[in-house]
Design a protein around this ligand. Structure first.
Ligand SMILES: *Cc1c(COP(=O)(O)O)cnc(C)c1O
Length: 465
């Protein structure tokens, strides 16, 4: 027999805890725009308080939460504010953040439909909506994974399946040992995570044919190889440094002449298709055969969320389904048969909530607005005499503050100042600062504050040299 009183006390406590967590989260969000973007050294040093020997005895959950808030919250990066411009980190739009909190209470395992009917349905709806938003062919199948790295991997194993099946080789049964070979083609500026995915699905990091890129990192069609047999051709929609897009229509045509499989890494760039004024950049990519993208970048859903889409859905399913007597499936779509994972969180919930709340119009506005912010950065820094290294076509800006040394010093000064946060990169041999405007939360005022901080840092570094 269960102890009824204890049971009630526990569930009452759980409700209080949820409210306490929500209250702390709300208070965090209220202050996040006023604090420095990257935590200062004191906050990082105080993380030591979260270490300690293995706890031998239980602690009150209230105290556990209070400790996390006291020492954890100050040591976060203010991704939830509007002035984090590092990498390509989006924020979380309010509806998707709130859905994430509710989903935490639900604690669903979205492996199978019987484990989570709501997870299975929202995943289907979310995949369908994203497919439409990105302008992908209606027959396209998809799945939700942790990010674009895994989405690339899922697409690559689908491509691997299809290309080898055509040669009479069952790669899932026999592996790549002794398999017929096929060529893999990538652009010179392919994202490092695509190469990582190639490495771990057995296609090799260094075996690919590399097509030279132009000044913006776009594959040059004139240098595209003459393919005699079906190959795997990997295109990119949105270079992580410049934001540039491979000329997809032409490259897809060239690749399909040899019946090659065209995979598109469009982690953030594919979302340009949502905004009327940027749509032309994403033109032609729908002619591909598979597409990897992120939910946690431009769509602004919480981590972790990536999406893999494959036109020939059976290739994805055949590459990733599994069989076990106790996992007997229904005839409906079973999420786990389309992904590398089995047990998994129900990512469709937040994707559904984000799109439901913004609608196509709101998403178009988010994409367009962040691109406009990027333009504003480029103009302001350019007008101040600093060199913008890329054609700013979407939300990515690269700026040089003079010598590599000066640029590195300005980046360090900006990070130290804390008003905003930008990282560095090396583009065609030159050190640059990257500004990636990827969050719904960035306002005009955030952009102006950040420009002022950047110019201040640049002047200080210039003055001290
Ligand atoms: C960010 C990015 C990736 C990797 O995405 P994750 O979500 O970090 O796994 C892959 N390709 C491109 C072009 C990217 O910008």
């Amino acid at each position: 027999m269960m102890n009824k009183n204890k049971d009630q006390a526990d569930s009452g406590n759980r409700g209080q805890l949820m409210l306490d967590a929500a209250r702390r989260g709300a208070s965090y969000l209220k202050d996040v725009s006023g604090r420095r973007v990257a935590p200062g050294p004191a906050a990082i040093a105080a993380l030591e308080r979260l270490r300690g020997p293995l706890p031998e005895q239980p602690a009150h959950a209230d105290d556990v939460l209070a400790l996390l808030d006291e020492f954890g919250s100050p040591a976060t990066v203010a991704n939830a504010g509007g002035r984090f411009f590092g990498f390509v980190n989006g924020g979380a739009v309010p509806a998707s953040l709130a859905a994430n909190v509710l989903a935490a209470a639900w604690d669903q395992n979205a492996a199978l439909r019987v484990m989570s009917p709501v997870g299975a349905v929202l995943e289907e709806v979310a995949l369908g909506w994203v497919r439409q938003l990105l302008g992908l062919p209606p027959e396209t199948a998809g799945s939700l994974v942790t990010g674009a790295t895994m989405a690339n991997a899922a697409c690559l194993v689908a491509a691997r399946h299809a290309l080898l099946e055509r040669k009479g080789w069952d790669v899932e049964a026999r592996g790549l040992f002794g398999a017929p070979e096929f060529t893999v083609v990538v652009g010179e500026e392919a994202h490092a995570s695509l190469k990582k995915a190639m490495a771990f699905v057995g296609l090799g990091r260094e075996r690919a044919h590399v097509v030279p890129a132009d000044s913006q990192g776009r594959m040059r069609p004139a240098d595209f190889p003459r393919l005699k047999e079906p190959a795997l051709v990997c295109l990119q929609a949105g270079n992580v440094n410049t934001g540039a897009f491979d000329p997809a229509a032409e490259l897809c045509r060239l690749a399909h002449e040899s019946e090659s499989w065209v995979h598109v890494d469009g982690a953030f760039g594919l979302w340009a298709a949502c905004a009327p004024e940027r749509k032309h950049l994403a033109a032609g990519f729908a002619d591909g055969d598979s597409w990897a993208t992120d939910g946690h970048k431009w769509l602004n859903v919480p981590y972790d969320c990536g999406l893999a889409f494959v036109r020939e859905g059976s290739a994805l399913r055949n590459a990733l389904s599994l069989e076990a007597a106790y996992l007997a499936a229904s005839s409906a779509r079973e999420p786990m048969h389309w992904t590398p994972e089995s047990s998994r969180r129900a990512r469709g919930i937040e994707v559904w909530a984000a799109i439901k709340s913004m609608g196509a119009a709101g998403l178009a506005d988010l994409v367009e607005r962040t691109c406009r912010h990027a333009q504003r950065f480029a103009h302001a820094l350019g007008d101040a005499g600093y060199e913008i290294l890329n054609e700013v076509v979407i939300n990515q800006v690269m700026v040089s503050f003079g010598s590599d040394e000066a640029t590195r010093a300005v980046i360090a000064a900006i990070q130290q100042d804390g008003t905003c946060w930008c990282g560095g990169t090396v583009w065609h041999g030159r050190t640059a600062m990257r500004i990636s405007v990827s969050s719904w939360a960035t306002t005009d005022a955030d952009v102006e504050l950040s420009i002022a901080a950047m110019l201040r840092a640049a002047r200080e570094v210039g003055g001290s040299r």
